[in-house]
Design a protein around this ligand. Sequence first.
Ligand SMILES: C[S@@+](CC[C@H](N)C(=O)[O-])C[C@H]1O[C@@H](n2cnc3c(N)ncnc32)[C@H](O)[C@@H]1O
Length: 247
Amino acid sequence: MTIVGFVAGYAVPALLCLAASACAYYFYCLLALRQLASRGVEETADFVLGSGSALVGALQLRRELLPFLRWAGPPPAAVAEIGRAKGGTLALLCRAAAPDALVISLDLPGGLHSGPVPFLNKGAWRLPLLRAMKGPAQDLRLLDGDSRSPASVELFGKALGGRKLDLLFIDGDHTFEGVRSDFELYSGFVRPGGVIAFHDIQPGYEKELGVAVSRFWKEYPLPGERAEFIADGSQLSYGIGALRLPG
Ligand SMILES: C[S@@+](CC[C@H](N)C(=O)[O-])C[C@H]1O[C@@H](n2cnc3c(N)ncnc32)[C@H](O)[C@@H]1O
């Protein structure tokens, strides 16, 4: 078979099939997210941790995130995350929040820990998926930028418009300095008695991947009541450290 014959007979049809499957999966996820916008956290978890995980997955364990959300209290009226990746946790935070909540998601697309295929987390083509995660009356603000930069802090403050957060989920660059900076720059946006969560408090990957949330969680003098949500004490990563601020 000639090269031209191979390309026309096999390579082109295979690529067309692949492109058609990718499009079909995209629209499947989009429709599913739209339907889930009026359903509960459990069903959304089934989707983002199941059939939707390749495109809109959450890097979370169900046995950690769902108990944590119950512990955090009534549906938050204002909630934010730092570190969005594919947006699965954002979908879950939207479902857990009040129907008319303000939801802010700040991410540095392609930043540290953005996964093996960072372009999957970037680009305008993702926006319909992310926007489909919010409930009809929720106000979703998608902010792009380095959480450590003053411009991002300013954008974040503007998005809040003088309100205070009930819940802040920190899951961004995972270095000691990065988590410390996220806590110091953004904890002031959380109301007294509000909750700040730190993802990946299990200590398995500091040497290999620079994930130092565990060290931060142990060493930093955090004010308030602490709780830990760890599915299995022997796991190397994941784990949520939750802090309820005094007041
Ligand atoms: C582990 S992923 C977040 C996972 C997501 N919360 C979930 O559960 O699916 C970390 C994300 O933080 C982003 N990130 C890394 N450094 C950041 C920074 N300095 N500011 C904002 N986002 C950052 C990465 O690009 C990536 O999207």
